[in-house]
Design a protein around this ligand. Sequence first.
Ligand code: NAP
Length: 234
Amino acid sequence: MSRHVLVTGASRGIGAAIAEHFIALGDHVVALSRSGDAPAGVARAVAVDVTDSVALNDAVKSAIDEFGPVEVCVANAGVTRDGLAMRMSDEQWREVLSINLDGAFYTARAAMASMVRQRRGSIIFIGSVSPFMGVPGQANYAAAKAGLVGLARALAKEVATRQITVNVVAPGLIETDMTSDLGPAKAAMEAMIPAGHSGQPSDIAGVVGFLASNHARYITGVVLSVDGGLSLGH
Ligand code: NAP
């Protein structure tokens, strides 16, 4: 049966690959992003900023009215605004925290009530290996992505009895717009990946698909790194 799948940041990169994965399974995918762009085959594409909790709630409510309770919620929208902490502006800090962490919380909260009523669901946060590696220049991003781990573990316990799982997928270096302008730092990072190469958005989408499947119904509160071994360190 078709599931109602919500994906934020689905206009491109990892989010688009996640949306395509569920579309291929025949699910109703509701794609949210600021631009409103979405891969072909989505049930609905909505232009919404995940930091606007009122607009986000309205978008999710309207999707629930049409497609029924959300069964899979993927909070993927994210940005980086790298810079050394000593020179990081308040705006740089706040923007990254509000999109990556506040936005993910608002998204999960908007979808959760319908999952609880249905006594079924998967919430998946797209984190990062950054907080586990200690990447200079990413204090804001690492703090936001580390926050997702605490958020997921707390939520996992709140909703476990309702048969809802909450997990974090932590990508390493994946080929998207986000990593296209890293310059020489990219080759340096690639050299640190035990698998010897960066990943593709489909590498993340497949794992998200697994966590949302019945095969993973007993997995909750975990952080699953998908990084070719990058976070293993030297
Ligand atoms: P991307 O290609 O830059 O795409 C980012 C997506 O987020 C776009 O769909 C963008 O949509 C959306 N977005 C950004 N701000 C938003 C906002 N305020 N409201 C709604 N949507 C917003 O990035 P990506 O590489 O696919 O990253 C996806 C996720 O994976 C992020 O959470 C990122 O932190 C995480 N991640 C990526 C990597 C990597 O190596 N690429 C590694 C670790 C973790 P619009 O531009 O249309 O608004």
